[in-house]
Ligand binder design. Structure first.
Ligand SMILES: [Zn+2]
Length: 322
């Protein structure tokens, strides 16, 4: 696991290195398209709409990644075109909710969202102490958490207080300061939406399944500065790329893809005043190792979800892991 060296960037995921067991209390479970959604109650319809919107929003990026010449948006965030097939596979997996082994030796599973709204719904052991997801949500600090190596993505209460989907217009694009060759904003206005939080966590899910690694660099200019190999691990780089393509953005800083050294463009000393403002809106990824799921979520009946919102229809589903 890697942590951004930039001190402006706080550690946004937590490595749990000891043996843990994650526990999931019996919660309502629905299948929405390929995804499983638990305990989202009155937000089941919202989750269905978000997942459907996210899948549609990924299509322009998937098309872009399949074209013969790389777009400015792609080059800005991923640099080398050789990574395009990998990025495309991640997005394809996201749209299909492909079942993958989230860690070597663990059973394959589709992503499983859990809306946590109280204590004792999702817990795990950490250094001999019981950790509760509701507490880790930080009382409104984090919108979502990917529990890497497990099928679970925790949706925190803060998530549902944020805007769902941005207006799809190039007016929403970030501005570029040409004389600084930087985006003018920290990136928050582009990515703090429910739909992008879901994408962010799903990218972690699929990247981790192949790389066993994750990176959380959030500020847009910091993402532009990442070498392509790091960007490939950084969930927010994927989100910025998709958002820019989806909005039809055309203005980007010029990216110098030459190796660092004397011929590389001068790094600009700019205070990223906006970057710290992102903190309260980040998603978080927890890397959990040696996980065993001790409780099987039980099915409870509820019929209040509109089946028209789903691509495959909702059905009650019993999930069994391990
Ligand atoms: Zn993340």
């Amino acid at each position: 696991m890697q942590v951004s060296l930039n001190s402006l960037y706080w550690a946004t995921f937590i490595l749990l290195t000891t043996t843990q067991a994650i526990q999931v209390a019996p919660l309502d479970t629905y299948q929405i398209g390929p995804y499983y959604v638990q305990n989202c109650k009155s937000n089941n319809n919202n989750m269905a709409t978000l997942l459907k919107t996210m899948t549609a929003a990924l299509q322009p990026a998937i098309t872009d990644l399949g074209s013969t010449s790389s777009s400015k948006a792609y080059t800005t965030f991923f640099k080398d075109v050789s990574r395009a097939p990998y990025v495309r596979t991640v997005f394809s997996n996201v749209t299909k909710g492909v079942s993958v082994a989230t860690a070597p030796g663990s059973p394959s599973s589709e992503p499983n969202f859990i809306c946590v709204d109280a204590r004792d719904q999702v817990t795990w052991d950490e250094n001999g102490q019981q950790v509760d997801a509701y507490t880790r949500c930080g009382g409104g600090e984090w919108p979502a958490m990917a529990l890497l190596t497990t099928p679970y993505i925790v949706i925190c209460p803060l998530f549902f207080t944020q805007a769902a989907v941005p207006v799809q217009s190039s007016a929403s694009c970030l501005k570029v300061r040409p004389y600084l060759n930087r985006f003018a904003q920290g990136g928050k206005s582009l990515i703090v939406y429910q739909v992008w939080h879901l994408l962010h966590e799903l990218v972690h899910y699929y990247v981790y399944s192949t790389e066993q690694d994750s990176l959380d660099v959030y500020g847009v200019n910091q993402c532009v500065d990442l070498p392509g190999g790091k960007a490939m691990l950084n969930a927010q780089s994927y989100v910025y790329y998709v958002a820019n393509i989806w909005l039809g953005c055309t203005k980007f800083p010029t990216v110098d893809t030459r190796p660092s050294g004397r011929f590389r463009g001068v790094e600009l000393l700019e205070t990223e005043a906006n970057s710290t403002a992102l903190k309260a809106n980040e998603s978080i990824a927890l890397v959990v190792q040696n996980v065993s799921v001790q409780a099987v979520p039980l099915v409870q009946t509820s019929g209040d979800v509109d089946p028209d919102l789903t691509s495959r229809g909702l059905r009650r589903h019993k999930i069994v892991y391990g």
